[in-house]
Design a protein around this ligand. Structure first.
Ligand SMILES: Cc1cc2nc3c(=O)[nH]c(=O)nc-3n(C[C@H](O)[C@H](O)[C@H](O)COP(=O)(O)O)c2cc1C
Length: 116
């Protein structure tokens, strides 16, 4: 049996596990823009990474999969990564209309640089 719904961190994962006694957990919305929470839940600590590199890698994977259309598909993911960060609205306004891939990548690098 798999339990899911509103699992967003280690605390809610442990709680869902103990309440349901499920064999496994499934996480949907909690992983959007925060894919590392799977590892965080398992190990109890946030893995170390550079957020700019992670977002760029995610974008590249989407481009590999969808071709250039991947840029459009990736926009909502980029916005999820940016959620809660200062300058989000301005960044999203720019990144949502930019069609030049090189410029989008530079915007991502600038916005997420030093975050992790
Ligand atoms: C991006 C995304 C894609 C999903 N795709 C499916 C799907 O293909 N089939 C399905 O039964 N549920 C799908 N769901 C629903 C989830 O399995 C889950 O029931 C729901 O999101 C509640 O869990 P959460 O609180 O962890 O998001 C999806 C949810 C999200 C956020």
């Amino acid at each position: 049996m798999i339990a899911n719904g509103d699992i967003v961190d280690r605390e809610s994962a442990l709680s869902a596990e103990s309440i349901t006694g499920a064999d496994g957990l499934m996480i949907g919305r909690g992983a959007l823009g925060r894919p590392w929470i799977l590892s965080e839940i398992e190990t109890g600590k946030k893995p170390e990474f550079d957020l700019a590199d992670l977002v760029l890698e995610h974008l590249d994977l989407m481009l590999d999969y969808y071709g250039l259309h991947g840029l459009k598909v990736a926009r909502k993911h980029i916005a999820w990564y940016a959620k809660g960060k200062k300058g989000l609205a301005e960044f999203c306004q720019k990144v949502y209309v930019e069609t030049d891939l090189k410029k989008v990548k530079l915007m991502i690098k600038d916005f997420f640089e030093g975050e992790g």
